[in-house]
Design a protein around this ligand. Sequence first.
Ligand SMILES: Cc1ncc(COP(=O)(O)O)c(C=O)c1O
Length: 428
Amino acid sequence: MAASVSRRDFARLFAVGGSAALFADPAWATQARPAPALAPGGAASGEAFWKTVREQFVMPPDLAVMNAANLCPSSQPVLDTLTRETRGVDFDPSPNNRARLMPEKEQTRNALAEFLRVSPDEIIITRNTSESNNLVSNGLDLKAGDEVIVHADNHPSNLYAWREKAKRFGFTVVTIEQKNPHPGADYYVEAYAKAITPRTKVLTFTHLSSTVGDLMPATELCRLARERGVLSLLDGAQSFGLLDVDLAAIQPDFYSGSAHKWPCGARECGVLFVNKRAQDKLWPTIYSAYPGAVGFSRSFEGFGQRDEATMIALREALAFQVKVGRMAIEQRSRLLSTQLMAGLAKLPDVTVWTSPEADRRAAVVSFLPGTLDANKLAAALYTNDRIAITTRGGQDRPGLRVSPHFYNSPAEVDRLVAALGKYLKTGV
Ligand SMILES: Cc1ncc(COP(=O)(O)O)c(C=O)c1O
């Protein structure tokens, strides 16, 4: 809120009703209540604590959404921040009021740097992982004769993007085959090591795959890249906000992530980490106004007008995660996934694509529910059982994908397993 906005203005800003209320507030806003406090004692106090974490989210209590790999809800503190900041700008869009937004953006950069354990002058605030990945594949000086190694299980923004740019710039894309089940860290380190040639300029992979939740050996693959003089791009869409990621230890050249997934930040905000040692190798893709204020962001982040409210909301989301406990969040999500894997193992005819080895997965679980139609099953789970998960179509490890996060509970996982058991018996 701008310092110049008076107490009376503030009240008007939030007023609903009367002739001023041109638009009705969404349900969550009309039910607005102060966000309840987190139970003292933190994760160590068990389900009582996690219940208060769940209460920070405006999803109805009976709705079990286990789809974090796709989209996470923002917590109420994040929603409140986003609303307040958005209204603050629309209430007074003057340059005078907006002047404070640039330092706010830098505060978000600082928060991202602290969260990822790197330095603010290595952080670019983007719109999402897709943009971050493409800023890398677009911005490197690659030409005919150069090679880029990708993993077949990468997201299109880090797979097709390279193949399309290869057509334009003339470099070659070498693809490491996907193996199911996850064959282990050594397999992938060896596969990448074998694929590297004197022509290799970049290797890229996904920290945690969105398909079946394969956890890749990020530290080892980035070390391999460094030792062989190759740049590394680590797609962190499924690790940012889920795992207690430490980029100072992993040391990729580039790391990408989205706010709207596991960090539970607002939508349309993302991050690109560009290691200092790689900054002189990356050309900007966009040249416009309003760059960042420090380091690489001064030359690379001139993306034009942005929505600072979203960035400030992301900062709130990161602070919320820190308050809950980052390691506690990772452990909670992993525990729920392990519980789900154990439940699936007891169901008849289910083929689980995700690795049974706990150190090869995290919190994304995919499986084929026997001969049941996955679309019908997902629809029945949502309509009849108030459980939201997603489907995986096509020929490649098809079926259902479940991605529980720290706002889910063991009871919700039990409910899902029981419902699956019911449909496997009765059909949908
Ligand atoms: C591994 C991976 N990379 C990139 C993306 C793209 O993320 P966004 O749509 O936020 O750009 C996704 C989305 O699911 C993903 O799973």
